[in-house]
Design a protein around this ligand. Structure first.
Ligand SMILES: [Zn+2]
Length: 337
């Protein structure tokens, strides 16, 4: 990490991207004539048979479309990602049943409109500090062996690291890998938990990449909220739960009970106390309740539109619902701005 950073400073343009050179390398086999899988082996063109650990079997009726080989953690871990294809079309889940909205926060990982909270995991904080320590150690290791080899290295396009340097780099990369994996695991668990609690799930449409650049900076990135939303969307689809993103603007400035604009709250103010109706709850719960109302409103609008236009009540409905949701959403945004 340290060396990458130095290299970026020397190059003198742009902020370094988060994926580091060497951490994320892959190659793709775009097509297969025959099934490359036989038991615990995969047959790759030009490489031959490779022993793999198949995490789940390829489902019946699916054809292997492409295979991507990924190298992670400085080449100490290898993955094979198999893309499969079938002719069965899966309809998008329709809005129905119980609604649930999610406010993504800093204090808690998230709060739902039912005032169910998911705490931030301390486990990650421990891993993060361990990572910092390793990175510090790694940056102290000499990158090149000695001055003679340094001169030699300059003639080569890529420098070779010293043994200790390379070892330290691998340690750092492995921990990065572990953190990413356990975070993903946590996101999946939470997504399934939420799907147990509701049939329609609404999430704010905030662009987490933008907030990460601002004052919320690092803690937002640590949470990996963008990834969580993507995983949640996928889990919803898989479990036939309706998923939609709703306008996030002013969600923490409106009273969910009487819809009064209560004005901007400083981030330190964790309570919502309405001066009009005296409704009291936590700031995040109030915001989630507002998001739920917005989500349900949009769906109501869509239902009316769909009923008026007498759209077919078959699989096409789901697509028109989604189109209308998109339209309503952009209309709402325009009105407010
Ligand atoms: Zn109120």
């Amino acid at each position: 990490m340290h060396n990458t950073w130095e290299a970026f400073k020397k190059r003198g343009f742009g902020f370094p991207r988060f994926k580091k050179y060497g951490q994320f390398r892959s190659f793709l086999f775009p097509q297969f004539k025959d099934d490359p899988l036989t038991g615990y082996q995969i047959k790759l063109p030009k490489i031959g048979s490779v022993l793999i650990e198949l995490h789940r079997p390829i489902p019946e009726g699916f054809v292997i479309k492409q295979v991507r080989v990924l190298s992670r953690a400085r080449g100490t871990k290898w993955y094979v990602v198999i893309t499969v294809q079938s002719n069965v079309e899966v309809p998008n889940p329709l809005p129905k049943g119980r609604g649930l909205a999610i406010d993504i926060g800093l204090e808690n990982f998230l709060t739902t409109s039912d005032n169910f909270t998911v705490k931030r995991s301390l486990f990650f904080r421990d891993l993060q500090s361990r990572l910092k320590e390793l990175q510090r150690k790694a940056s102290r290791k000499k990158r090149v062996r000695n001055s003679a080899s340094q001169a030699e290295c300059k003639t080569h396009s890529r420098q070779k690291g010293s043994k200790n340097w390379e070892k330290a780099q691998i340690k750092v990369a492995k921990l990065h890998h572990k953190i990413a994996n356990s975070r993903k695991n946590f996101h999946f668990q939470v997504a399934h938990q939420l799907c147990d609690q509701g049939d329609m799930i609404f999430v704010e449409d905030i662009d987490f990449r933008v907030s990460a650049k601002g004052f919320l900076g690092k803690s937002m990135l640590d949470g990996g909220f963008g990834q969580f939303r993507t995983i949640l969307k996928w889990v919803c689809w898989k479990r036939d739960k309706f998923f939609a993103q709703v306008d996030h603007k002013y969600s923490s400035q409106i009273c969910p009970n009487c819809r009064t604009h209560t004005g901007k709250k400083p981030l330190s103010q964790r309570q919502h106390i309405c001066p009009e109706c005296n409704y009291q709850t936590t700031r995040d719960h109030a915001a989630a309740e507002v998001l739920l109302q917005r989500g349900l409103n949009v769906i109501q609008e869509v239902r009316m539109d769909v009923a008026e236009r007498k759209l077919p009540s078959n699989g096409d409905l789901s697509r028109s619902v989604c189109d209308w949701l998109d339209k309503c959403r952009s209309r709402n945004t325009q009105e407010r701005s």
